[in-house]
Design a binder for this molecule. Structure first.
Ligand code: G
Ligand code: G
Ligand code: G
Ligand code: MN
Ligand code: NA
Length: 254
């Protein structure tokens, strides 16, 4: 397929860029960290969406070199922020389950931290619930070892997958990201509101951080803030932005 051929060449042709979306401490208003989102500017097809090319990258195995590139680029960038402010934001990188299944993510992360000099505490890996239900010993071991390095582990799209709460205790998770579908209905649907407040109180008793995703409106932000949610991500503060724009946000913090 033509798109597959193009994807094979995308790395060496430097067609990928990273965008950064702020994760804000909603109690203080401070920029706390950010999520890194991969963008592919393909000369012929224009902007190709991750929803389209990430599955293709996973099927072809290209997710391995692409994932290495993303992690290295993000960690290097996060080091630059420390020169701009005394309180540099952390960086959160999406990981595909295939990466844990095909390579040793512990080695990848350890090497990348050494190469870039980024303190482990400033890196978080975003994984999905689907990785946790695989029940593969080598995957579980990697998660524990990554956590032992000091790297954070967050569950992306929380609440949409196979919901077994037991893995929150079995795995060394540090952060839950509430899926944006719950935030969308938060102020209009009492069931969505109930789910969100249940997640918040559970997270509090398990000592987990919570990020609410897809916050677009002030009313959503206010309700989350009053409910004790600490971190917020969404268009209300900012969409994912190119690196220059994000560096300006970091500068303003300093
Ligand atoms: O930002 P956007 O809606 O385009 O992201 C779509 C999806 O692509 C998200 O679910 C996100 O997790 C995924 N994604 C974005 N960047 C990366 C990346 O660098 N690696 C992986 N594995 N997934 C990513
Ligand atoms: O960025 P925006 O808020 O428009 O996000 C809507 C969707 O459009 C996102 O899920 C994302 O996948 C996609 N998107 C937005 N900007 C870009 C871009 O620059 N490149 C690519 N490939 N996809 C984008
Ligand atoms: O699955 P994951 O959480 O990794 O994907 C994050 C995606 O959510 C990104 O593609 C980003 O563009 C999108 N996103 C970020 N903020 C908002 C928002 O406020 N509203 C909506 N609809 N999408 C958002
Ligand atoms: Mn994510
Ligand atoms: Na998500």
């Amino acid at each position: 397929r033509a798109l597959e051929t193009a994807l094979h060449q995308a790395l060496e042709r430097e067609e990928f860029v990273l965008h950064y979306q702020p994760i804000v401490d909603v109690q203080t208003g401070n920029l706390s960290s950010c999520e890194v989102l991969l963008r592919w500017h393909q000369p012929e097809y224009g902007n190709v969406y991750p929803d389209k090319f990430i599955p293709l990258a996973e099927d072809t195995g290209l997710i391995i070199p692409i994932g290495e590139w993303v992690l290295q680029k993000a960690c290097r960038e996060a080091m630059i922020w420390a020169k701009k402010t005394d309180t540099p934001p952390g960086v959160s990188v999406n990981m595909s389950s295939r990466q844990f299944q095909r390579i040793n993510v512990v080695e990848l992360v350890q090497n990348t931290l050494e190469m870039t000099g980024l303190p482990a505490e400033r890196l978080t890996l975003e994984i999905t619930e689907s990785l946790l239900i695989v029940d593969d010993e080598t995957v579980i071991e990697q998660l524990h070892k990554v956590r032992e390095l000091g790297v954070g582990l967050s569950i992306d799209d929380f609440g949409t997958g196979y919901s077994s709460l037991s893995y929150l205790r079995r795995f060394p998770i540090t952060t839950i990201k509430i899926d944006r579908s719950f935030i969308l209905d938060l102020t209009s649907d009492s069931e969505a509101a109930a789910v969100v407040s249940a997640i918040l109180s559970m997270a509090q008793s398990l000592n987990l951080k919570v990020v609410a995703e897809g916050v677009e409106k002030e009313t959503q932000m206010e309700q989350l803030r009053k409910g004790g949610c600490e971190y917020i991500q969404g268009y209300y503060f900012s969409p994912p932005v190119p690196i220059e724009a994000f560096r300006l946000m970091v500068l303003k913090e300093g």
